[in-house]
Design a protein around this ligand. Sequence first.
Ligand code: SF4
Length: 334
Amino acid sequence: MSTLPVMPIGPVQMTDIRDEHKCGCFRICASYKSPAKVRGFDRFPFFAAELFGRDPDYWNYHLIVQLKGCPFRCIYCYVDDAGIRGHDEVNLEIGDLVRGAKQIMDRDDRLHVFHLMGGAPALHIQKWAEVARTMSAGGMSDVIFHSDIVLVEPSIIPDFVPSLQKLATYPNHLIAICIKGVTEANFRENVRTDAFSLAECLENLHDIVRTGIKYYITLINPDTSALPSFLNHLTDLLGWENAQRIQLLRVRPYNVTRQRLLELDASDSVLALMDHRFAAAEQIVDRFTRHRHISSCPTSCGDWGRWKTSDQKENRHAAQIDSAETARCSEYWR
Ligand code: SF4
């Protein structure tokens, strides 16, 4: 059986994690702290609820292992550099990794998602289907396999697409595809390397979505002046139904990020700037999704309704949209 290089949590990241959420090579993390406070957090639980049923709360907590390696050096990364590029990896057999995960999940009824995180976990794409298969055979077939793609991996791993196609045959998976910028300059500003380009990432995105995997898109620290045209481009690339599963993430002031800023002689004002950008980008994404609804759905409120259902769950945890909300949709674009 093959192995995966699991990285123990680094020393600074350790200070960002509550004691009860650390367990050896594993850690436990909630996507949101409370259903009423989800602004800028990962909406994984809402996307999972749409795809797999149940309430978003059911999918909120993840059991995470962090894998070695990442080609980027994002300023806002919340993993220690040592946790990505250090030498402390533990090469775990996939069977042992999955058995260890199951033992923890059996003891904690909040956990229904197993998250291979990075670094860039898709550098180990050839092992993803094996992990999913082992989960399925080991009594975890109702657990979601979750991982992340940062879009440069197909340029590094020759058989990336066929490997991802194998995962697509495993029903319980949901993958976050991370877009690191909306212009070439914005991309380089975020990932701090010239080794890759945004154009290359978008080409890879095209190939990735054609594998049939279940996915949603995340975006962080976008240049707001180019964001509207980028969102239109994304819609042309993915189609409306898929482009609307976009999640704007807010940069969090974790100790790891502050420490990195100190080492770079930057200050907390960088964090404030990114937060300011987030607020502006949030309005653009919200407006865009409503505009696109009207373009694609001139006679009924069905598309907007589905999008709005997520917002409602976030704000009020309601399952249905009511007719007043639907009427407001029509008024907004009259
Ligand atoms: S891609 Fe993710 S893991 Fe890699 S440096 Fe950026 S934030 Fe960190």
